[in-house]
Design a protein. Structure first.
Length: 105
């Protein structure tokens, strides 16, 4: 249906169709916003953000339910080996009671 050239407003049935489309689009957007992201999606987002600053890392922590979580990013064998070496140094210094890594890490 063509708009009336003498009138700048759309015909009422076309205006109603457009309003309904806008309403449906907004409702769909609200559903997407309210949708809870999965743990895998959140972990991927966190890896991306932290990965902007660190070549490789491991994040230890607990979720809101008290479950232990570990998120690791090491894209190469060298990065993985470096993290393993760091863990060994860190944990052995903790066991021995040294303060060597407490301030740095």
């Amino acid at each position: 249906m063509q708009p009336d050239p003498d009138n700048s407003t759309l015909p009422s049935d076309e205006a109603l169709r457009i309003k309904e489309l806008v309403r449906e689009a907004l409702a769909a957007q609200l559903v997407n916003i309210k949708k809870r992201h999965t743990e895998k999606e959140l972990s991927g987002s966190l890896k991306s953000i932290v990965g902007e600053f660190l070549d490789c890392f491991v994040l230890f922590g607990f979720d809101l339910d008290g479950e232990p979580k570990i998120i690791k990013l090491a894209n190469t064998k060298q990065a993985d080996a470096a993290l393993r070496t760091l863990f060994i140094r860190l944990f052995s210094s903790e066991i021995q009671g040294h303060e060597e890594y407490n301030d740095e890490y």
